[in-house]
Ligand binder design. Structure first.
Ligand SMILES: Cc1cc2nc3c(=O)[nH]c(=O)nc-3n(C[C@H](O)[C@H](O)[C@H](O)COP(=O)(O)OP(=O)(O)OC[C@H]3O[C@@H](n4cnc5c(N)ncnc54)[C@H](O)[C@@H]3O)c2cc1C
Length: 444
């Protein structure tokens, strides 16, 4: 059996490695750097920035821990250098792994020639199966001035040379808020403009509201129900115009980050020519990640189902198992997600609103970090944990607060195993730990 995988992001390269480990011959094609968006301009570089922001915030809070006379400098170039070093190190690791005897790595842009063949720089490669894992690209707004030179996307902001005094972030989703949070820590005055009623539209509304309050307390101005209508620049600063409750308002800033979501990277692969169906969100797939052409699969951001790195990886496993006729127990509906703001937020399973919409009767159990011993010792007491329970079964867990992205994993493990409230309650937690916030919630 031979498989061609197009794209070496977390969907493509992880699948290639697993396939090779299972003895399958793989041709992996990548037009950019291995690691894709995640490693080169997404998850990893942003979390490197988050770590810098965390260190800065910790130093700033030192006085409340009795550490005084502290002087420190902040060199933004060192932040970018550290980020680049982290990315290079991890990329080197992936490159080494990909030197597997069953993987042929092809550098270049793949284009479909027919349903079994792709062309890369005029060389044809054919296989029994093809997995498309070509990711996504930043979206923009169809507004006047959206193409004004200097407007940043999540890619460019990772390499700016100085911290802007004033940063306007268009979009209060995960990516926009993460940058808003780190640049606030780096010293920018940050304004976030969000079209919807709340930030993080897909998250639990309770969580979104409270996280907004926390971020506002840190000095980030978040304006919701703001429809951005235009952007202009005089060459040094930007004026972002928005409409809120029928009133036209403006934000003036030194930099503008456009963070209004991402869309499947559908450009130039010739999907239509080879008969691959494309839907509203991306390449259309079934539960096995199979397109309408049975031997062609699409995993990760390209299918638009769930634009997360771990979703891409696990969709790849589902596709590979299907190709190889293997049983698969992965439940893609239990997909954890985290927002690496300060404080962090994380979520898995159904929200209270979703249950209500579906007519599922629920009760919500809550606990607060202010009652968590470890959080109090850390001086990080902002946040809560909310567990959604129906008929004694835990359907969802939503929290914000310190290390929310780590704590969510326990809830994810149990929800994916369909644990009851009783089973959640019976698990012993180390004391004192932040994870006890989940224990307190399920006992509430
Ligand atoms: C700023 C930012 C922060 C993020 N943070 C997180 C996070 O913290 N956690 C998380 O889970 N997710 C995060 N994401 C999302 C995550 O990066 C994506 O969901 C993930 O990278 C998708 O993986 P993928 O394999 O589908 O595609 P990608 O990682 O985009 O990889 C696709 C690859 O395909 C290549 N390619 C495209 N077309 C072709 C072609 N024709 N021929 C050959 N190669 C091609 C591209 O060069 C690319 O390397 C973040 C994204 C951004 C932008």
């Amino acid at each position: 059996m031979k498989i061609i995988i197009i794209g070496a992001g977390p969907g493509g390269y992880e699948t290639a490695l697993l396939a090779a480990q299972r003895g399958v011959e793989v041709v992996l094609v990548e037009s950019g750097h291995v690691g894709g968006t995640c490693l080169n301009e997404g998850c990893i570089p942003t979390k490197s920035f988050c770590r810098n922001a965390e260190v800065l915030d910790t130093i700033r809070s030192a006085e409340s821990f009795g550490i005084s006379d502290l002087s420190y400098g902040f060199d933004f170039k060192a932040v970018v250098d550290w980020k680049n070093a982290v990315v290079e190190q991890l990329r080197g690791g992936v490159e080494t792994l990909l030197k597997h005897k069953l993987i042929t790595f092809v550098k270049g842009k793949a284009v479909f020639k027919d349903q079994h063949t792709v062309t890369v720089d005029s060389t044809d490669y054919s296989a029994d199966y093809i997995i498309i894992a070509t990711g996504s690209v930043s979206s923009s707004l169809p507004i006047e001035g959206a193409d004004t030179p200097g407007i940043l996307t999540s890619r460019e902001i990772l390499d700016i040379e100085t911290v802007p005094e004033r940063l306007c972030v268009i979009g209060g989703g995960v990516i926009g808020l993460e940058f808003a949070s780190v640049f606030r820590s780096f010293g920018s005055e940050v304004t976030v403009l969000e079209y919807c009623k709340d930030i993080l539209p897909r998250f639990d509304t309770d969580l979104a509201k409270r996280l907004k309050q926390s971020l506002s307390k840190r000095g980030i101005e978040i304006i919701t129900q703001a429809q951005v209508t235009g952007i202009s620049s005089d060459g040094t600063s930007y004026k972002v115009t928005y409409n809120r409750k029928d009133k036209e308002e403006t934000v003036v800033s030194d930099k503008v980050l456009m963070a209004v979501g991402r869309r499947a990277n559908l450009n130039s692969l010739n999907f239509e020519d080879v008969g691959i169906e494309v839907g509203r969100r991306g390449v259309a797939v079934n539960g096995f990640m199979q397109t309408n052409v049975p031997h062609i699969y699409a995993v990760g951001d390209i299918n638009g189902l769930m634009m997360l790195a771990h979703a891409a990886t696990y969709q790849g496993i589902v596709a590979l198992d299907h190709i190889m006729g293997m049983e698969n127990k992965i439940d893609l509906s239990v997909m954890p997600a985290a927002v690496f703001t300060s404080p962090e937020a994380a979520s898995v399973g159904m929200t209270e609103d979703e249950c209500k919409e579906k007519g599922i009767p629920v009760k919500c159990l809550k606990s607060f970090f202010r009652a968590n011993g470890k959080a109090v010792t850390m001086g990080e007491t902002d946040g809560f944990c909310k567990v959604v329970v129906s008929d004694d079964r835990v359907l969802g867990c939503h929290l914000y607060g310190p290390h929310a992205s780590d704590i969510i994993q326990e809830a994810c493990a149990l929800i994916s195993r369909k644990a009851t409230l009783d089973e959640f309650q019976s698990i012993i937690h180390t004391h004192p730990t932040l994870a006890e916030v989940l224990q307190s919630a399920v006992h509430a």
